[in-house]
Design a protein around this ligand. Sequence first.
Ligand SMILES: Nc1ncnc2c1ncn2[C@@H]1O[C@H](COP(=O)(O)OP(=O)(O)OP(=O)(O)O)[C@@H](O)[C@H]1O
Ligand SMILES: [Mg+2]
Ligand SMILES: [Zn+2]
Length: 509
Amino acid sequence: MYQALYRKWRPRTFDEVSGQSHVTEILRTQCRDGRVAHAYLFCGTRGTGKTSVAKILAKAVNCESPVDGNPCNRCPACREIDAGLSTDVLEIDAASNNGVDDIRALREEVVYPPSVLKKRVYIIDEVHMLTNEAFNALLKTLEEPPEYILFILATTELSQLPATIVSRCLRFDFNRLSEEVIAERLRFVAGQEGISLGEGAPELLARLADGAMRDGLSILEACTAGVGETNAVTAEVVRDRLGIADADRLLAFYRACAKQDAPGALDLLGEVHRSSKDLSVFLDDLSVLARDLLILRQTAGRVKRSDLRFPAEAAALLEEFPSYFTPETLFWICSLLDETQSRMTRYSTNKKMLLEFAAIRLCDLTLNDSLQALAARVARLEKGFVPPAAAPQESIPPAPQSSPSPTTDDAEPPTVETQADAFGQYAELAEELAGHPDLLPYVRKLTATMEGDKFVILADPFTNRMLQRGSNVQALANAVRAVTGKSYVLLFRDRAPGESGPKPIEEIT
Ligand SMILES: Nc1ncnc2c1ncn2[C@@H]1O[C@H](COP(=O)(O)OP(=O)(O)OP(=O)(O)O)[C@@H](O)[C@H]1O
Ligand SMILES: [Mg+2]
Ligand SMILES: [Zn+2]
């Protein structure tokens, strides 16, 4: 029968449990010395070994030939419990509907000794889900159970348990597992299963497991599907399977931000999104890289490379853009990304849009309201008020290198396209936008003029609104760039009723 990897590799002795020795050592000695409590409470995040340890404990107290407190896993008692056939080891899932009934039945049963085994063990999983009624029923039994009864309660939500229950149990907290511990177990399981893990793969999987061993094993299993005969899971396979963008994309994204190239940054997000990479993982990685940048900068490089996740990328960015990645800006970037992350988890509806907002802010440090940025702006103002149109060039962020915009000397005065030019532009724009049928009808209604580095779109208010919906702005910006070969800032201006000026394409044809 097919069995999921994480089930197949459920630890079967205390010693086999990874990373929870503060729990398993005590339990093992208690079992060895016959000093087992009557009720245990296991709490901690999901997939860290609570149910596994509960089963090991149930076997250990009933095992006919325990080994230094560990169950032997060979005697009839161990085997029966492992197979889930013992009538003396009962697993109650408090999250299911019959939780209350089960607890009621339990109250009536506890007066009878176990039928076969030494102890009757009740494992109550997700115990925080019990109703008040069930808690009360349980409380009575927990108070003074007969010595042949053992309760093991497990929960991920300690705070939802009544204090009366908690205080009657011996409590153990299961830790989130470290990446090293998970990677090590994954290496072991992979070895046993004949899966070869490529360089960096166990570490990457462990990182994605986010503290939960079950997740690590599930992800490993998902990655083995389809790798064929070789049975080789490389870091690249993991990235591909889970849709994680590689470090080059992270680097390119921060480069675009540092160059204030918003269209470029948005393009990149679109690309990551289209290749169905998970944007929340991308965001996660951006945060980690920002942290690496901060640490690298603040320690002046005196940090172990192994303490950083993207040492090469961070070093490259710091060298290329020292004035963008100041400590203040980095702190700001970290908190901006953090805020974006928590919004993403709370309202997971439009990840892409949230990331786009963040990207736009990262590309324009004047949107940075940190004290340092404000001070810099005040200083600039103190030098004398300069009308924005005539602002000196050095106060304008460096233009993206890929598409240089005109410098002061050869900057042309704002031009209004002739209708013929406009017509040509529209035709090309329309071609570029062929993949966006919802945009096309509106494009025919607009007039565009180029003013310096701005692409001003003049249209009726409704058209303007439609052009700015969803991902339209980005598509439009991409198309404009493709047609003109330059990165323009899009400006949408409403055409007043009866306003003259260049006619939209619709009125020409
Ligand atoms: N500490 C661990 N050491 C080794 N394997 C583990 C550990 N924790 C979890 N696992 C693996 O994950 C699987 C699930 O673990 P388990 O059911 O014990 O987690 P749990 O803490 O009860 O999770 P949940 O809160 O979701 O019920 C196990 O079958 C095992 O393969
Ligand atoms: Mg469990
Ligand atoms: Zn045994």
